[in-house]
Write a protein that binds this ligand. Sequence first.
Ligand code: RB5
Length: 354
Amino acid sequence: MDTIRYLKTEIELVANELKKGKVIAFPTDTVYGLGVVYDDEAALQRLKTAKGRPETKPIPTMAASSAQIEEVAIVDERSKKLIDAFMPGAFTLILPKQPSAPAYISNGMDTIAVRIPDDPFVLELLKQVGKPMLVTSANLSDQPAATTGIEALGQLDGRIDGIVMGASGASAASTILDVTKTEWQILRCGAVSEEQIEAVIGEKRKMRIALACDHGALEYKEILKKELPQEGYEVVDFGTYSHESCDYPDYIAKAAQAVAKGECDRGIVLCGTGIGASIAANKIKGIRCALCSESFSARLTREHNDSNILAMGQRVIGEEVMRDIVKTWLTTPFSQGERHKKRIAKLARLEQAD
Ligand code: RB5
């Protein structure tokens, strides 16, 4: 097919083509976007084909206003406040999908990602189209995102109906905030900070901690399960729940997976020595588990390694030392030091080499 080149001034023409179900690329405030109207399944199918392979992840929705968001998502009072405060901007909300909106727009999921872009051209385009659009990055799957029309054409010329020539704003990635559960959760840190979100919502978010142990550390896990909520933490207990002999990888892996998937913010895992628990946790991609027997290491592993799981051994340390380590580890922030970030990125690359 011929990919028609448009100028930004031809916005009315582009909006009309989109309304007819055309797949068109255009510059946005982040990278080059490839969009279709949200309520045309055939157009969405053609967009996926153009990108080279079926997308398994749902494509985010772009809207021009809170009213447009409400066509596809349920907006409660808390979400409305967040929309008013941070949109348009580098801010994406995961909201419950509006039941009347078609299932294909969220790949069958009952949640949906929405954003109001901070870009006058895209906002005007959305207004003229008159409805939300599904917009993904204008590149072939597994290829780098494009920031200019020329780059996008390099990958998609002949595969899409049209392209609005120009350059994208290439602004920082958006913060992604999930508000579909009672406790809100930041899925990706970006331009909007946790403090800014807390200020708008008017409540501090509880840190959610995954707990797991084997039979050799049941007592310590139970102590933490009882005491951490009193300190303002939310706890998710992945077992074990009795003294019956069990295999530590089974329980530790569940807690580690919850942290890796972002369902829990951090994890604390225990066994007799803490060694088996730490080895098991570190087998899960994305986990940086530190085995600690004193609080000096607990502080440094947060500052240097940004460890997301703490392992301890019930047969190695006393109850008070355990409390001290946990307190230090939970309250010490990552230093954000560039040299530490670089090393952590190298750890992640080691996992990719697997
Ligand atoms: C269980 O007996 C024990 O092996 C386990 O708790 C742990 O110490 C393993 O590393």
